[in-house]
Design a protein. Structure first.
Ligand SMILES: NC(=O)c1ccc[n+]([C@@H]2O[C@H](COP(=O)([O-])OP(=O)(O)OC[C@H]3O[C@@H](n4cnc5c(N)ncnc54)[C@H](OP(=O)(O)O)[C@@H]3O)[C@@H](O)[C@H]2O)c1
Length: 144
């Protein structure tokens, strides 16, 4: 079954690769990323070119996981366009390396915010829609 999927942090690395692989597999994939009109404009274009070259449904959308407003807006747009959202992949994050004492508590707080709290921002935006869909599917199941 074809799903509508959003992946966070899909400007590079695993997120960009997963977005392409899932689009090739036939799904509608939103490669979400921050700063789509700035730093990540080239990454956005690359994803769009990939979609055209491979004739797949890979789309891009602005989503900064550090902002509740941005997460809300991205999920709202996806649902308005496709009528539903089936899968959320939390990928955005930072890995930090180094001696533990090299990091200030403020720096660790920033890492925690992106790696942990950001998933809650996206969940708060997406889960009400996913719950609605569970109700639809349960109702459909009861009819058949
Ligand atoms: N590579 C590994 O060995 C490994 C191991 C364990 C876990 N992980 C985790 O797997 C995930 C992907 O890793 P990766 O290796 O593919 O690293 P990566 O290429 O650095 O990808 C991380 C992505 O997160 C995005 N991101 C960061 N802050 C964001 C924000 N506020 N809003 C939206 N996107 C944001 C980055 O976007 P920008 O380009 O805009 O910064 C980037 O596209 C990360 O969460 C990482 O911690 C990786």
């Amino acid at each position: 079954m074809k799903s509508i999927i959003v992946i966070t942090g899909a400007s590079s690395g695993f997120g960009a690769l997963a977005a392409r692989a899932l689009a090739i597999a036939g799904h509608t994939v939103y490669a979400s990323m921050r700063e789509t009109t700035g730093r990540n404009a080239a990454q956005m274009e690359a994803a769009q070119e990939f979609a055209v070259e491979n004739k797949v449904d890979l789309r891009t959308i602005e989503l900064d996981v550090a902002s509740q407003e941005s997460a809300d807006q991205a999920i709202k747009t996806i649902v308005e366009k496709g009528g539903r959202l089936d899968v959320v992949i939390h990928n955005a994050g930072h890995m930090v390396f180094g001696a533990a004492e090299a990091f200030t508590p403020e720096q660790l707080l920033q890492v925690y915010d992106i790696n942990v709290l950001s998933t809650q921002r996206v969940n708060r935006a997406a889960l009400p829609q996913l719950r609605k869909q569970i109700k639809w599917f349960s109702a459909m199941g009861r009819k058949h």
